[in-house]
Write a protein that binds this ligand. Structure first.
Ligand SMILES: NC(=O)c1ccc[n+]([C@@H]2O[C@H](COP(=O)([O-])OP(=O)(O)OC[C@H]3O[C@@H](n4cnc5c(N)ncnc54)[C@H](O)[C@@H]3O)[C@@H](O)[C@H]2O)c1
Ligand SMILES: O=C(O)CC[C@@H](O)C(=O)O
Length: 389
């Protein structure tokens, strides 16, 4: 029986994939796996039982990924599962930044009398806006979300220019050839009337929108941030909005300092909040975690390499080890010492850690226990799991 702890509202369509005869949900303090959305796990002491954490979403900055690697906990996310939801809200943000729709709708509710229609026609000029068609949209980060926005903004009549020095080949294939490729962020800032950012928070991107970034923007440009609050220095953007250098700042990340400013549109982290995205993310998170717990195979991990091998032997050893020389040699020789036959072995690394799967022939329990203990003693082994078919 695997124990799974959940945080935040995880759609039932995902949770119901964890069959009741094999999985217990939110029972006890020793989970094998965690499924969460935006709950912050920084500072959490990991129970020894914990093997995997699945983020039902794209960003993993609420999970202490490095500490997870050290503890041998595999962290997964759900690439692309909520991208369409974010794309749609960004398109709404582009239009809301261009036309005072919300203000107009609030005003119309204040009217009364038989001549509401006449009052509307007389007063509506205060709510005229501009169009996005013909304007230039700069996109920083052409991943799952940025690439969808690029294609649709182009279809809506915008000139689109994108910057992403690490774009994946798969995503690049999906981006319309009409989307121009910028060589630098400076090129985007020089040309764009609207700038939208879709990069993860990393040491490189943290606070990327600062005074120097804003200084390079076209006067009166609009900035949209549906990626993460930490990417933008709030003091800098508030000052720029107040001075009129930035026409509007549209963000999905609330902070008290951003509220009650007519030129800052704050959404309550709604980017992924659609029925479809919540279901997609929950299903992908549950499937990925289940696959890992049951087979040891890793897909969609942010801290360990993809290792996806059909299990053809009765016993699998799934080992997390430091990425240092001679780990596989030492593990193999421990098995050889006990005349245990290896049917398949694979070792892949990602950064400072590696994952090794060793499929072996049927082995008596006492012998298996002994060899597992010996492998655990090898310097550089983080943890080892025995999975039976
Ligand atoms: N508002 C929300 O509810 C919501 C929902 C989903 C995702 N997000 C945020 O959006 C981010 C992007 O999501 P995604 O699904 O598109 O992820 P993704 O991994 O598919 O795309 C991220 C892209 O950013 C690029 N990138 C990384 N560093 C860069 C840099 N310095 N300059 C330019 N490009 C860079 C990568 O190459 C990649 O193509 C997530 O990390 C998350 O923080 C927010
Ligand atoms: O779960 C959510 O509502 C937000 C998820 C989003 O921030 C993400 O990074 O995918």
């Amino acid at each position: 029986m695997f124990h799974i702890k959940t945080y935040n509202a995880i759609a039932n369509e995902g949770l119901r994939l964890l069959d009741k005869d094999q999985y217990a949900l939110n029972l006890g303090d020793d989970p094998d796996g965690i499924i969460l959305r935006s709950e912050k796990l920084h500072g959490m002491a990991f129970p020894k039982s914990l093997k995997g954490i699945a983020r039902a979403g794209a960003g993993v900055n609420n999970v202490p990924v490095e500490a997870c690697s050290e503890a041998g906990v595999v962290v997964f996310n759900t690439p692309g599962a909520n991208a369409n939801a974010v794309k749609e809200i960004v398109l709404a943000g582009l239009i809301m930044a261009s036309r005072p729709i919300k203000e107009g709708m609030e005003w119309v509710q204040t009217l009364s009398g038989d001549d509401v229609e006449k009052q509307v026609e007389k007063g509506k000029s205060k709510f005229a806006g501009t169009e996005i068609s013909g304007k230039t949209l700069g996109i920083i980060g052409l991943g799952a979300i940025g690439s969808l926005i690029a294609n649709d903004a182009y279809r809506l009549g915008m000139e689109v220019i994108g910057y992403d020095p690490y774009v994946s080949v798969e995503t690049a294939w999906n981006i319309s050839r009409r989307v121009q490729k910028a060589q630098s962020i400076a090129e985007i800032l020089e040309k764009a009337d609207y700038i939208t950012i879709h990069v993860p928070v990393t040491p490189d991107t943290l606070g990327m929108v600062d005074e120097a970034f804003i200084e390079q923007m076209k006067p009166g440009a609009v900035l949209l941030n549906f990626a993460r609050g930490e990417l933008v220095k709030n003091d800098a953007i508030i000052a720029a909005v107040n001075e009129g250098k930035v026409r509007k700042y549209v963000t999905d990340f609330a902070d008290e300092a951003l509220l009650h400013n007519e030129n800052i549109l704050v959404f309550p982290h709604l980017g992924a909040s659609t029925e479809e995205a919540e279901v997609n993310c929950a299903i992908m998170a549950a499937q990925t975690l289940k696959y890992f717990l049951e087979t040891g195979n890793i897909v969609n991990s942010v801290n360990f390499p993809t290792v996806d091998v059909v299990m053809q032997s009765p016993i699998r050893l799934a080992i997390i080890n430091k990425n240092v020389p001679n780990m596989v040699g030492q593990m193999s020789s421990d098995l050889a010492k006990h005349f245990i036959n290896i049917e398949n072995i694979i070792n892949r690394s990602k950064g400072n850690y590696a994952y090794t799967i060793i499929d072996i022939t049927e082995t008596e329990t006492h012998l298996l226990d002994q060899v597992v203990e010996e492998i655990k003693q090898i310097d550089g082994i983080v943890n080892i799991r025995v999975i039976r078919k």
